[in-house]
Design a protein around this ligand. Structure first.
Ligand code: PMP
Length: 443
């Protein structure tokens, strides 16, 4: 069968197995834009999202009674597993949700993040997007520079400045389909190619870049790992040109308890993260080095407390921080990471074996507990290469095939993330189903 025929068959299977989800989606169209509570939920293969009945550990059950081994885990938001018991307990016990008063949990979480990342001073937001936004503002203010830099094909949340990429001529341009930018982001942002030292140099040597906001490995255009020495070069170039280095560990936390920063001995000026550290309860965090903390404190003209542009009413609330304390302290522990990384090795070995058996020109790229298959024989080394290795038609087929047989991966590309509750059986289910999907494709 051709890919188109296989996909058509899988669409039919999907329809048959999800009547209640379809019904609920149809009903929702009368009250929700595009029939979904958030626009990207319309991206699941199948034409409509499966509706959640319950989620526990690494298992999801939908309203039609289908059960899934969940490797999407809320696109990292549920990296601690769904409804982890310590987090649920902490939530049930809190005395107030949001009071504008600090709780003891906040300093505990700050010092735990400090232990993990080697970054001493922290603040909290509700999302990783806001952590990035506010960190960028702080960097602009302390450096007195107005530009920032990012890597082509990055994603850091809905941060206005970050929606840029390099085109085929190597020129910066706004991302396709960008919705209502306040200004053309090429006016605010310089763009470098990941793993290209000269590209980073040419961006920073303008001398007007306040900060370089980067993931230590790109994770939102497949996974692109840094080549040996690249991160050292980036650090040295930032030092040379007076640019602050912000490492966004929102996804790359998968590398270990202190993300890539700890795993690879990176030396950022600031770290941002979010999503997973509250066990699914909204929280973001940004941490700064002692030096940067001093520079921030020295800005007498900055209104950090009121209407200066940094902060949010619910940021630092008691609920987020109680959840983060329980999640970091009892769920996403050092030991949990060891187990998760072991499971990812098993997962990747299964994928590799299937790719080799059927001679597919694909690769699998791993980052700690996370991995991703990509349709290129070698792991891509730049964002552009990884973008070129995307294939929406293959994605649709594989995602449907997996879903129809009880496995979920992220709807956007092919990311799988192990959580502390993931089991070997679930990994083996993926191996089996992925192998079958590839065998049918190769036949
Ligand atoms: N940083 C990175 C690296 C991300 O991948 C994302 C979201 N995928 C964000 C920040 C933003 O997270 P949120 O949408 O939860 O604000």
């Amino acid at each position: 069968m051709s890919l188109a025929e296989l996909t058509a068959r899988e669409r039919e299977l999907f329809e048959t197995a999800h009547p209640r989800s379809k019904e609920l989606h149809e009903l929702a169209k009368s009250s929700l834009l595009a029939g979904v509570p958030m626009s990207w939920m319309a991206m699941w293969a199948g034409g409509y999202p499966i509706y959640l009945d319950r989620a526990e550990g690494a298992t999801i059950v939908d309203v039609d009674g289908n059960e899934y081994a969940d490797f999407c885990v809320g696109d990292t938001g549920a990296m601690a597993g769904h409804s982890p018991a310590p987090t649920m307990r902490a939530i049930a016990e809190i005395a107030g949700i949001t009071t504008m008063l600090p709780t003891e949990d906040a300093a505990w979480v700050g010092s735990e993040l400090g232990r993990r990342f080697g970054i001493p001073y922290w603040q909290f937001s509700l999302t990783a997007t806001d952590a990035n936004r506010w960190m960028i503002r702080l960097c602009r203010h302390v450096t007195g520079r107005d530009r920032i830099a990012v890597f082509s094909w990055c994603y850091h949340g809905s941060v206005d400045e970050s929606f840029v990429r390099l085109d085929e001529q190597g020129l910066a341009r706004a991302r396709e389909g960008l919705v209502g930018p306040p200004v053309d982001p090429t006016e605010t942002t310089r763009v470098a190619e990941f793993n290209e030292v000269e590209s980073v140099r040419s961006v920073l040597e303008h001398g007007d870049v306040a900060c370089l906001l980067m993931e230590p490995a790109l994770t939102n255009i497949g996974i692109v790992l840094p080549e040996p020495g690249f991160m050292d070069e980036v650090r040295a170039l930032c030092d040379e040109h007076g640019t602050l280095l912000i490492i966004d560990e929102t996804h790359t936390l998968s590398a270990g308890p202190g993300g890539c920063t700890a795993a690879w001995g990176l030396r950022p000026d600031a770290v941002t993260l979010g999503k997973s550290i509250g066990g699914g309860v909204p929280i973001g965090a940004y941490g700064v080095s002692a030096e940067l903390a001093e520079q921030i404190a020295a800005q007498d003209d900055a209104d950090y407390e009121d209407t200066g542009g940094v902060g949010g009413t619910l940021a630092g609330n008691a609920l987020s921080l109680a959840a983060a304390r329980a999640t970091l302290g009892e769920v996403l522990t050092d030991e949990a990471f060891e187990r998760m990384i072991g499971l990812r090795e098993r997962f990747a070995a299964g994928v590799e074996a299937a790719i080799a058996k059927h001679g597919m020109p694909w690769s699998i790229i791993s980052l700690g507990a996370r991995c991703e298959y990509r349709y290129s024989p070698e792991p891509p080394r730049t964002g552009a290469e990884s973008a070129a290795a995307g294939d929406p038609e293959l994605d649709e087929y594989l995602h449907l095939y997996l879903m129809n047989r009880g496995v979920l991966i992220t709807p956007f590309h092919n990311m799988a993330l192990m959580c502390p509750a993931t089991t070997e059986d679930q990994v083996d289910r993926h191996t089996q189903v992925f192998g079958d999907a590839v065998a049918e494709l190769a036949a």
